[in-house]
Design a protein around this ligand. Structure first.
Ligand code: AQP
Length: 340
């Protein structure tokens, strides 16, 4: 079915706080790599998604600029990719409404992210937190994106996007929306919390010690890795030996993803050694990769007007692709368009 659609990559990150090592390895690093794939790449700071939980307005502006700086510092080049913030392209919200008329409540009820984030307080969370996956489907489909690089946690939302596209095409008898492929690849598609190997590293975790922030300095990174929860056993020679050791497995995965080595290669070097030796080596690799990114972010953040200009320029380029797609969607659905 995708044969008729030009290959195009879209992905986004919420500016709902400072970005983490999980966002870097699961998303940003790969966003930069896809720029060399020859495909058109569109990257978005999904500020409308961030609003699904309370955001202080002044802080949200700073977080959005900081996230834009993180994208660029990680290698996203606004000349080669389209980089913008979602709220500057109204077609996202418009298509979201149209697609929420296609999506079924039963599909939304199955979304584990809503269950996790809504928790016991589900009656009191925003309506938008529940509708979030319809907006995410719109983010992707408004560009007819054929592939979306994401971390493992977003797999279910991508499946929902495919279901919405297929139902729209079926209901209206068209081959209009592509059936988007998730790109979940690499050694770190799910970076786990440093405090709990069963929870994903997240920017909204109340414990700062659970994550490495892209703004952390070398000492903070080393300290967080030193204090990361582990066990007392030495490292085995293969990943099979880490099957029931989630915290240890997480640190080895992080090492491999940062160094670009395979996990077996890493374990071959550290086999038989304890975390007293492994953690300082991991901290060294982490600082070597992250320090240049952090320092480039600081430079970029010192010129907020330039960041805003880049986002505005990206939004205009994004709008030029999205507007005809949303207009055509409305036409297919039977909306009159008679304005001059
Ligand atoms: N721990 C992670 N490991 C690998 N990939 C991750 N991603 C997030 N955390 C990890 C990937 O980063 C992209 C952007 O995610 P997001 O910020 O839009 O939302 P999220 O997945 O909900 O990320 P957080 O950090 O957990 O945000 P909060 O705490 O605000 O909800 C996605 O591709 C995601 O897979």
């Amino acid at each position: 079915m995708n044969a008729t659609h030009t290959p195009r990559i879209f992905s986004g990150i919420q500016p709902s706080g400072g970005l983490t090592l999980g966002n870097y390895l699961g998303a940003l690093k790969r966003f930069a790599e896809y720029q060399d794939s020859g495909l058109e790449t569109i990257y978005c700071l999904v500020d409308l998604h961030a609003l699904t939980v309370w955001q202080d307005p002044a802080a949200l502006i700073e977080q959005t600029r900081e996230a834009a700086a993180a994208f660029m510092a990680a290698g996203v080049d606004p000349a080669r990719s389209i980089l913008f913030n979602q709220s500057q392209v109204p077609a996202h919200a418009e298509l979201s409404w149209l697609l929420s008329c296609v999506a079924r409540v039963g599909w939304m009820d199955r979304m584990t992210q809503f269950k996790d984030k809504g928790g016991k307080d589900r009656e009191r969370v925003s309506l938008a937190l529940y509708a979030y996956p319809a907006l995410m489907a719109a983010d992707i489909l408004v560009y007819h994106a054929t592939a979306v690089p994401v971390g493992e946690d977003q797999k279910q939302h991508l499946e929902l996007t495919r279901d919405i596209a297929a139902k729209f095409n079926h209901d209206y008898g068209v081959d209009f929306f592509p059936i988007t492929n998730p790109l979940i690849e690499g050694a770190a598609t799910r970076v786990m919390s440093l405090r709990d190997g069963s929870k994903k590293m997240s920017k909204s975790d109340p414990s700062d010690a659970s994550r490495i922030n892209l703004t952390d300095d070398a000492d903070t990174i080393a300290q967080k890795i030193r204090k990361a929860r582990t066990d007392a056993d030495p490292l085995p020679g293969s990943m099979e030996g880490l099957k029931d050791r989630p915290e240890a497995r997480n640190l080895v995965n992080i090492y491999a993803a940062l160094s670009g080595e395979g996990t077996d290669q890493v374990l071959a070097r550290f086999e038989g050694q304890g975390f007293g030796a492994f953690k300082p080596a991991l901290a060294e690799v982490a600082v070597a990769v992250l320090a240049p990114i952090t320092s480039r972010m600081t430079e970029l953040k010192s010129d907020p007007a330039e960041i805003d200009r880049i986002l505005g320029d990206g939004a205009e380029r994004a709008e030029a692709i999205a507007r005809p797609i949303v207009e055509r969607t409305k036409e297919i659905m039977g909306m009159i368009r008679s304005r001059g």
